[in-house]
Design a protein around this ligand. Structure first.
Ligand SMILES: NC(=O)c1ccc[n+]([C@@H]2O[C@H](COP(=O)([O-])OP(=O)(O)OC[C@H]3O[C@@H](n4cnc5c(N)ncnc54)[C@H](OP(=O)(O)O)[C@@H]3O)[C@@H](O)[C@H]2O)c1
Length: 334
């Protein structure tokens, strides 16, 4: 089968290879992958910033396809079923426990930049008929994370602050609008902000031309602040996120694009009784919820650009350039 191997710690170390089709072990299915999507996590893995057990490995966490073979003991799935696997394959549902968090597609297990992959049945979600493989492939990391940020936290009339126009932020925008929230979104680019407004963002701020964007958020909310910040950036934005959040609000901690070490004032956390909530993508059940929300509300995932399979390294480079809005997809066998 066609595949990519990550052979080192750079995008240049992605090599096109031919590999034998793997056989599903007990409890696993073999999927013929149709599409993959890239996440910031894939970039970190390719750059050696996120440890993997050994090299070479097949990278790419998110993918979708159809089942072509079943391992022993697999119940409830059949050859031909259209499926999308979650990232953390042993976390089927409920609370995350440390032993469940070890096996991740495209990190500690072979990933989606290949024509076939074996996947534990615990990770599988059925793709509704009206959702394409390509759209389903955008959901496991960004869609699931955004669903976890919004679901249960946002009501009609809530105000949500989103940082940037990447995959997580734009899914959060779409879910927040479905939930009836007011969305304030920041970006480095006026053109991207225009795109976000077309997708429903109510207020937008260019964080390059308005570096004190937290003050702008307070002005937009009559000094109250927002109910929820989806913190996709980390060290460089966290203190401003604490300033922009309302009394009793939540900072939902997702990302570390701006650095993984925090130095922030403690006082606003206490005085404003802020909830700081961490997140580790989500379970298979969370992915199923996100996919149901997309299908039910006819949400079209924002796919900025599609790449042919052999051009996957160009997709990584485009993601690294930050030129994208939403998701990047690699077509495998559309
Ligand atoms: N913990 C979890 O559960 C989880 C799950 C998914 C992702 N993540 C993490 O979340 C982060 C985002 O992931 P992603 O896949 O959405 O990334 P992405 O698609 O690469 O998007 C990144 C976006 O961040 C924006 N950005 C960068 N610096 C910014 C700043 N100073 N202020 C505001 N926005 C800024 C940029 O938006 P503009 O181009 O519009 O400026 C950029 O496009 C990554 O760190 C990823 O590892 C964590």
């Amino acid at each position: 089968m066609r595949a990519f191997h990550l052979t080192g710690t750079s995008i240049d170390s992605l090599k096109r290879v031919e590999l034998p089709i793997p056989a599903p072990a007990a409890g696993e299915v073999l999927i013929r992958l149709r599409a993959a999507s890239l996440n910031y996590l894939d970039l970190m893995v390719a750059r050696g910033q996120f440890p993997v057990p050994s090299l070479p490995m097949i990278p790419g966490s998110d993918g979708a396809g159809d089942i072509v073979a079943l391992g022993d003991g697999v119940r409830g799935w059949a050859v031909g079923d259209r499926v999308v696997p979650g990232l953390i394959v042993d976390w089927a549902a409920g609370a995350l426990a440390a032993p469940l968090a070890q096996r991740m597609r495209g990190v500690t297990l072979p990933g989606s930049l290949a024509e076939h992959a074996t996947v534990p049945a615990t990770a599988l979600v059925r793709i509704p008929d009206q959702v394409s493989y390509r759209d389903a492939a955008t959901l496991p990391i960004a869609g699931t994370t955004a669903w976890n940020a919004i679901a249960g936290r946002v009501r009609p009339g809530s105000t949500v602050l989103l940082l940037g126009t990447g995959g997580v932020s734009l899914f959060a925008l779409q879910f927040a609008k479905v939930a009836g929230a007011r969305v304030i979104l920041t970006s480095s680019s006026d053109a991207k902000l225009e795109r976000a407004r077309a997708l429903g963002a109510d207020d937008t701020i260019n964080y390059r031309s308005v570096p004190d964007w937290d003050a702008a958020v307070l002005t937009l909310t009559d000094g109250r602040g927002v109910d929820l910040v989806v913190e996709t950036v980390g060290a460089t934005t966290f203190a401003r996120s604490l300033n922009a959040v309302a009394v009793g609000g939540t900072v939902f901690v997702v990302g570390l694009i701006g650095g993984g070490e925090l130095s922030v004032p403690v006082v606003p956390v206490l005085q404003k009784v802020i909830t700081i909530q961490g997140n580790n993508t989500g379970s298979t059940a969370h992915l199923a919820d996100a996919l149901r929300a997309v299908a039910t509300n006819r949400i079209a995932p924002v796919i900025d650009r599609r790449f042919a399979f052999d051009d996957a390294p160009a997709a990584y480079r485009f993601l690294e350039s930050g030129g994208h809005v939403g998701k990047l997809v690699v077509d495998i066998d559309p």
